[in-house]
Design a protein around this ligand. Structure first.
Ligand SMILES: [Zn+2]
Ligand SMILES: [Zn+2]
Length: 335
């Protein structure tokens, strides 16, 4: 399964591969989700405040242009919309701006969420990480493939410390690198417009002693748009809870123990396969009598007491030249 998504070389291959990881499509271009109208997609939950370069929610700033905020994706001014109907959000300041930045800003929702996620993780965070399972296969000609599942890790909560955002990991800029115990853990956020980089898996394999977890932010857009205006919980709280407790949208791309656990599972499976095959072959070989009988039947002639050994066609007594008086005797092979 892992080979699938870093073997892909084209953008399309990557997207398909990414889709496989999470079981739903993460598109490379555009948020073409039918339910979400374009205007709504332009709603931006978090903005970069010009005065201190912090990511903020609408509730933290004055309405309108006084918010003094810019779009983290296109750097154009945003206005804070604190209306009565829609969920509070930021939007690009002018239609003209919107039009000119439309193409560059297709993913402003996700860029804003991703940037805020980095800010939330600042220094350290508790994360529930998903379990990881693998499957080893052994092929033997003439047999169905033998398979054995194995567990690399159970789902568990880790404390990520020394977390630094926007770090180089090999040739890839990743969102977060921190430490779990003394093992580096990489977090990489995926969303529409941000597929998995090919080099990430290769870099992890080369590094060896590290973990790489992918976090799919796609679901958050729906969660944002379906929010109740009256919701007591801020969207920042939703994001915090998502980052900490969600496991459904996190996946291990690379686990430092996988190689070892895989090798162990493979060795155990090979042993089982050998034992099983030997067992089955012996069981099949147990009644070899007809084969052995073919060329190895002992006869005795009741007339002349002559004894000889032959196959099923050798009943005729070599002395009497008669077959009517020969009988099979016990003993198998001649002594
Ligand atoms: Zn923008
Ligand atoms: Zn047989």
């Amino acid at each position: 399964m892992i080979e699938v998504y870093w073997a892909g070389k084209t953008a399309t291959g990557l997207v398909l591969a990414t889709a496989k990881i999470f079981g739903h499509l993460i598109e490379a271009r555009g948020c073409s989700s039918g339910r979400l109208g374009h205007m709504e997609v332009t709603m931006i939950p978090f903005a970069l405040r010009a005065s201190d370069h912090a990511f903020v929610e609408v509730s933290e700033v004055p309405s309108g242009l006084a918010a003094n905020c810019i779009c983290p994706s296109c750097r154009m001014p945003l206005i804070a919309r604190r209306g009565d109907v829609k969920v509070w959000h930021f939007a690009h300041a002018t239609r003209a701006t919107y039009t000119t930045t439309q193409n560059g800003c297709d993913y402003s929702f996700f860029v804003s969420v991703r940037m805020m996620a980095r800010q939330v993780i600042d220094q350290s965070i508790h994360l529930v990480l998903p379990s990881m399972e693998g499957l080893v296969t052994v092929n033997r000609p003439g047999w169905r493939p033998f398979q054995r599942p194995y567990t690399v890790t159970q789902e568990r909560t880790v404390h990520l410390v020394d977390a630094r955002v926007e770090q180089a990991f090999g040739d890839v800029i990743v969102d977060v690198i921190g430490l779990v115990g003394d093992v580096p853990l990489v977090l990489y956020f995926l969303h529409p417009g941000r597929p998995l980089p090919v080099a990430l898996m290769a870099t992890a394999q080369m590094t060896g002693r590290c973990g790489v977890v992918l976090i799919d932010l796609s679901i958050l857009q729906e969660q944002f748009l379906l929010r109740q205006r009256s919701s007591a919980e801020s969207f920042l709280d939703v994001l915090r809870a998502f980052l900490t407790t969600d496991v459904q949208h996190k996946k291990w791309l690379y686990h430092p123990r996988n190689k070892q656990m895989r090798a162990q599972a493979e060795a155990a499976l090979l042993e089982d396969v050998d034992r099983h095959m030997q067992h089955v072959i012996l069981a099949h070989a147990a009644p070899p009598a007809p084969v052995a009988r073919c060329g190895n039947i002992r006869y005795e002639c009741v007339l002349c007491s002559e004894r000889w050994t032959g196959n099923a066609q050798s009943r005729t007594c070599p002395k009497c030249r008669e077959h009517l008086y020969s009988r099979e005797v016990d003993g198998g092979a001649p002594t």
